[in-house]
Design a protein around this ligand. Structure first.
Ligand SMILES: Nc1ncnc2c1ncn2[C@@H]1O[C@H](COP(=O)(O)OP(=O)(O)OP(=O)(O)O)[C@@H](O)[C@H]1O
Ligand SMILES: N[C@@H](CCO)C(=O)O
Length: 312
């Protein structure tokens, strides 16, 4: 039954995909930043998108990731419906913090609520993956799943979709976003298509170690497993200051970290808040010296996914 309310406000969190070693399979939701969306049911079918931010993103439904995700949802809904969507992005597009996923996930979470929740979370991930296809050319769910489920998620399989929610201990996350844009589509194109067996063995050992570390609340194991021998060596050259930030953050006590999603943001995990703040000082120092504009966040893992926060 469609909700008779005029509209809802939805918050959709930033996410860190890959979590260093888990390319396309692991992701985590952050408490900050979060996109804000206002959604209403329309009397007429169709999608009307507008923006309350200065990013000049497309308004055509099939070009905007929110619209593409809603079109997929509408195709499976039993009746003809229409939505109005106002997007206020607080997660900069192309940041590597799951900006596209937040719009895709937020749109389908809001629509589901307005329609009286006919769809499961897994359905919503499936719909929102159509947005990722628009943004990066490929359907992947490592930002979408944590954005919808919250916490840390594992995409065990994408076709058929199998999402595993992982428990994870509280962690502080320090993020630096150098203000350069790295498009996910470009950052995927530069990757090698073949992997050496030796590197693959190292990588799947690290993925298994990281998942075990989360489930066992074992911070040392988490730290030891935050290593990527396949993707990071190729992509990190797109991010000035990457090696220095990583090295000095670990010296400051961080468990470890790496490229957030496809970059350019870098994230580091810490067990304690004072360490996370010391890591932020490291990041500020590196990017100030490099003369590159940047933004930092000290935040935490977010155990909640995108949600309706108020009815309007
Ligand atoms: N509503 C939207 N929000 C964000 N990006 C959008 C939206 N609609 C279309 N796009 C397009 O998607 C691209 C941004 O997605 P991209 O995946 O490159 O960045 P990201 O989501 O910040 O990074 P990552 O997926 O690595 O975390 C841009 O080309 C942008 O124009
Ligand atoms: N797994 C994706 C996340 C970015 O959207 C990548 O690294 O390309």
């Amino acid at each position: 039954m469609a909700n008779e309310l005029k509209g809802v406000q939805v918050f959709a969190p930033a996410t860190v995909a890959n979590l260093v070693c888990g390319f396309d399979v692991l992701g985590m939701a952050l408490q900050q930043p979060q996109d804000v969306m206002t959604m209403r049911l329309r009397k007429e079918p169709g999608i009307v998108i507008s923006h309350a931010d200065g990013y000049d993103l497309p308004v055509e439904p099939e070009k905007n990731v929110a619209g593409a995700s809603l079109l997929a949802l509408m195709e499976e809904y039993s009746e003809k419906v229409g939505f109005e969507v106002i997007i206020d992005k607080r997660i900069k597009p192309g940041s590597g913090l799951g900006s596209s996923a937040a719009s895709s996930a937020g749109a389908v979470v809001g629509a589901n609520y307005l329609l009286g929740n006919p769809f499961s979370k897994e359905d919503l991930v499936r719909f929102a993956m159509n947005g990722e296809k628009v943004a990066s050319g490929v359907k992947h769910a490592d930002n979408i799943a944590p954005c919808i489920y919250g916490g840390v998620t594992l995409i065990q399989s994408i076709f058929p979709l199998n999402i595993v929610q992982l428990t994870a201990p509280p962690m502080y996350v320090t993020v630096v976003h150098p203000q350069i844009e790295v498009r996910t589509s470009d950052a995927r194109q530069i990757l090698r298509k073949e992997v050496q067996l030796k590197a693959a063995i190292k990588q799947w050992g690290n993925i298994a170690g990281l998942v075990a570390g989360f489930l066992k609340n074992d911070y040392d194991l988490i730290g030891r497993s935050l290593e990527d021998v396949i993707i990071e060596p190729v992509r990190s050259i797109l991010i000035p200051g990457f090696d220095e930030v990583k090295k000095k953050s670990k010296e400051a006590g961080a468990l470890g970290g790496g490229i957030s999603g496809s970059g350019p943001s870098i994230f580091m995990l810490s067990k304690e808040e004072y360490v996370a703040k010391g890591v932020e000082d490291v990041m500020i120092d590196v990017y100030t010296r490099l003369g590159i504009e940047f933004k930092t966040y000290v935040t935490m893992i977010n155990y909640e996914g995108a949600k309706v926060v108020s009815e309007k």
